[in-house]
Ligand binder design. Structure first.
Ligand code: AMP
Length: 365
């Protein structure tokens, strides 16, 4: 069976999800609402997504035998995180369609390839230079200036694998502390705000974007998302166009997130793309309670080969992440009028661990 054949699932069919975190859990819940089953594959026996599906595979991503058994049970495969090993995806794609196409991971798993791809589309990014040694870092700083941000090329998230370099810092020490062989150095962007666009693209090439979301981080971790973002309508339209252009250039099927900086400039406000996430995203969690169709449902519809929803927002929404011990306040949140509480079922809280979220929707626009 070809990995690239067109998929059209029927209610009762099964979607295989790689990754068992909260995103996989919320995808499986959205699928269930549409009468679709999910089978989750994750190496972590405590995966929160296991709790909401009947069939789960707990095995390493390199376990070919387990992958073969898993893929035989599903009609299409998708994933909830971007660091899927290419070899894993290839084993699966030989048997069933993998959506979004796993070859896009080559672009988005590597910050340098991703930045080159985005700027190749004529879309703005922070100025960047790739570096592979402390000496190269010194040279890069001469080009980029300070402050600058250094990021490992692979496996960075929630501020991990990155550091700000300021005047007076020793580049040799920064390089050693990062402990990597390849990184990019970016100009520090004096952004006014951070926004994201959650875009869904169907197999027919149609794209539906949610309204632009504004994101506030604490200690490099998303704390609040607010929608609509407080930006001019023309800029919001530009942001959606950027996401659409990226999704189309990748021939993407599913939900994709584009994080951007809003930067004041002589010509007004401009947008710079920071990162692409080939998946549903924390900044889109408000859509579960704040829109007629959620980001999770859009992703499930897209990979099922079903028509995308046309999302209608119910009002202005604020999503608050419950991080670490914040979850201990869940009883307080349960009594807040209008608050929708989501608890991921992760067991003991740890500092920096996303344990749940709350969305408050106000009907005013
Ligand atoms: P990232 O891992 O690229 O998503 O970065 C995490 C966070 O670090 C972003 O959401 C920003 O708040 C901040 N950040 C990343 N890159 C830059 C930059 N070039 N200039 C300023 N802040 C940045």
């Amino acid at each position: 069976m070809s990995g690239s054949r067109r998929v059209t699932l029927k209610p009762g069919d099964t979607i295989g999800i790689l990754g068992g975190g909260q995103l996989g859990r919320m995808l499986a819940l959205a699928a269930a609402r549409l009468g679709l089953r999910c089978q989750v594959f994750s190496p972590d026996p405590d995966s929160p997504a296991f709790d909401v599906v009947q069939n789960a595979t707990c095995a390493e991503y390199a376990d070919v035998e387990a992958l073969e058994l898993f893929v035989a049970d599903v009609d299409v495969v998708t994933y909830e995180f971007e660091n899927i090993p290419a070899a894993t995806a290839m084993v699966l794609a030989a048997r069933r369609p993998v959506l979004p196409d796993y070859r896009i991971l080559e672009t988005v798993q590597d910050r340098l390839v991703e930045k080159n791809f985005v700027s190749g589309l004529g879309i703005g990014t922070a100025t960047y230079v790739d570096v592979a040694s402390a000496q190269a870092l010194r040279e890069a700083i001469k080009i980029i200036g300070l402050p600058a941000v250094i990021k490992t090329i692979r496996f960075g998230y929630d501020g991990k694998g990155q550091a700000i370099i300021r005047e007076g810092d020793d580049p040799g020490q920064v390089w050693d502390d990062l402990g990597t062989r390849s990184a990019i150095v970016e100009a520090f962007v004096p952004f006014e705000r951070e926004i994201s666009v959650i875009a869904a693209r169907g197999a027919d090439g149609g794209v539906e974007c949610f309204d632009v979301t504004e994101n506030e981080h604490r200690d490099h971790i998303l704390k609040y998302s607010r929608v609509p973002a407080v930006i001019p309508d023309t800029l919001a339209a530009q942001a959606r166009d950027i996401a659409k252009k990226i999704a189309t250039a990748l021939d993407y099927v599913g939900v994709l997130t584009v994080e951007m900086f809003v930067v004041p400039s002589a010509d007004g406000l401009t947008l710079l793309v920071n990162e692409i996430a080939p998946r549903v995203h924390n900044s889109g969690h408000w859509t579960l309670d704040g829109a007629s169709v959620s980001q999770f449902e859009q992703h499930i519809r897209a990979v099922a080969g079903w028509p995308l929803g046309k999302p209608v927002r119910h009002g202005s929404a604020v999503m608050t992440n419950l991080i670490g011990d914040d979850i201990l306040d869940y009883e307080k949140w349960l009594t807040v009028p209008g608050a929708s509480v989501h608890i991921y079922g992760k067991g003991p809280p740890r500092a920096g661990r996303k344990m749940g979220h709350v969305t408050e929707v106000k009907q005013s626009k």
